[in-house]
Ligand binder design. Structure first.
Ligand code: CAA
Length: 412
């Protein structure tokens, strides 16, 4: 029998600045309750022009390897899942491979399917291990994205930026994933897309919500069968989180799938059943997403980090569901089990100190970052200090059509 495979290590890394959604609402003349209660978001992480998909991915990868004491030589596959590539041809992953100091005997590639790329990487890595190709090595899967919508559009309050690194291995320390429970769903839809000429995404917002919910029904049915009752045995349900309210809508649909009928909004019993299920299985693991916003491929795994940092001990040995949705659209639903060792890593996984240190932008600063970001790919020289950045790896401009990255350390 094969040994269990799954997530052995994880880490989040985000940009240095954020915008409060109440400030965005005031600037756009919108009731702040629409963004804070209606969408469920408090803040969104905002990347400066010197922070891109590569720098965020490297930061997350370094954190995961260091915190879980993994030698870069142990990595035999590197996959970066992203919607926000930096080149039409050259993958983000190959920059990350060099900057993390990985071995040349490592297969390296980028996956794209809107927000689904990291789940594609996770399942491909599991297959690589199950096929016997890993020869004792581990896979590093990094979800890295910057979610950009146009200023003043309905999507604007659902932006965000950040990366989640996952190390995938046999006998994992955090979460085992049962390959027999992985179910998939694909359908060609125009719910969200980003043409080659555009920095910002386009979305048919309300239709995209419908497509997401249809994909949940389809992928769950493929995973466990249409009539299967699951929720009673699940400690937690994790979803792709473009905004917090979306995960709650997904969970309502999950309940409706199980009971085989829609909930009745006018029924106290139905409202209470939904509220109880949300408060025990979903809402507690959405606090990081509410602070960071949509990080596309990493959003589901950010919610997993939130769960592990808070409840790994309580849920040791318990089953959780994971649902990844990528517009366009592709989706996967699967089940995982929290390992007995996961609780030891709860504080290593917790990004809250970094989040508390973030610089809070005012609306003028935010709009300047957006404007500068539009020119960043063709700028010859960018100065990280002009964006208040001192420590870290930064993108500093494109010379001879080649992106330049610099490691910077503040003098102390
Ligand atoms: N107080 C409290 N709540 C309020 C409110 C107020 N003053 N005003 C409005 N609301 C509520 C609304 O009732 C609504 O809640 P319900 O959905 O529960 O009814 C919520 O706030 C949002 O209001 P609207 O639907 O009117 O908002 P909108 O039309 O301006 O935009 C959106 C919402 C369509 C999600 C938009 O933000 C968008 O297009 N986002 C990008 C696309 C997206 O994230 N889609 C998600 C599925 S696709 C996916 O998951 C892939 C991905 O990552 C992109």
């Amino acid at each position: 029998m094969n040994s269990p495979v799954g997530i052995d290590a994880a880490a989040f890394a985000g940009p240095h600045a954020c915008l409060d959604l109440a400030d965005l609402a005031a600037a756009r003349g919108v009731d702040p309750d629409k963004f804070v209660l209606g969408l469920g978001q408090r803040r969104m992480a905002i990347a400066s022009p010197c922070e891109d998909t590569v720098t965020l991915a490297v930061d997350a990868g370094r954190r995961a390897l260091a915190a879980f004491d993994i030698d870069p030589a142990e990595i035999g596959t590197l996959i970066v899942g992203t919607e926000t590539g930096v080149d039409h041809s050259k993958p983000v992953a190959v920059y990350v491979h060099e900057l993390l100091g990985l071995d040349a005997r490592c297969r390296t590639f980028e996956t794209k399917h809107a927000c689904y790329g990291a789940m594609a990487g996770l399942t491909a890595s599991m297959d690589w291990i199950a096929a016997g190709r890993a020869r004792g090595r581990k896979a590093l899967v990094i979800a890295s994205d910057i979610a950009r919508y146009g200023l003043g559009t309905p999507g604007e309050p659902t932006q965000g930026a950040g990366a989640v690194a996952l190390v995938v291995a046999d006998r994992p320390r955090l979460l085992t994933v049962d390959p027999a429970t992985i179910g998939d769903y694909t359908r060609q839809v125009m719910d969200f897309w980003r043409p080659l000429y555009s920095k910002v995404a386009f979305a048919d917002g309300h239709y995209s919500i419908q497509c997401y919910l249809d994909a949940l029904v389809g992928a769950r049915a493929d995973a466990v069968g249409e009539g299967a009752a699951l929720l009673d045995e699940l400690a937690a349900c994790l979803y792709h989180v473009p905004f917090v309210k979306m995960a709650k809508k997904a969970h309502q649909r999950h309940l409706e799938i199980e009971r085989g009928a829609p909930l009745d909004r006018d029924s106290d019993a139905d409202r209470q059943a939904l509220a109880a299920s949300l408060s025990s299985r979903v809402e507690p693991w959405l606090t990081l997403n509410a602070e960071i916003g949509n990080i596309y491929t990493g959003s589901l795994f950010l919610s997993l980090i939130d769960l592990l940092r808070q409840a790994a001990e309580r849920f040791s040995g318990r089953t959780v569901s994971l649902f990844s949705y990528g517009s366009g659209c592709g989706a996967t639903f699967c089940l995982g089990e929290i390992t007995g060792t996961a609780a030891q890593w709860a504080s290593a996984l917790d990004p809250s100190e970094d989040l508390a240190r973030r610089y809070r932008l005012n609306i003028e600063d935010y709009e300047r970052l957006v404007r500068d970001g539009e020119q960043a790919d063709t700028a010859e020289s960018l100065d990280p200090t002009s964006y208040g950045l001192s420590d870290g790896l930064f993108y500093v401009g494109t010379v001879d059509h080649q992106r330049r990255y610099v490691e910077s350390r503040a003098e102390r």
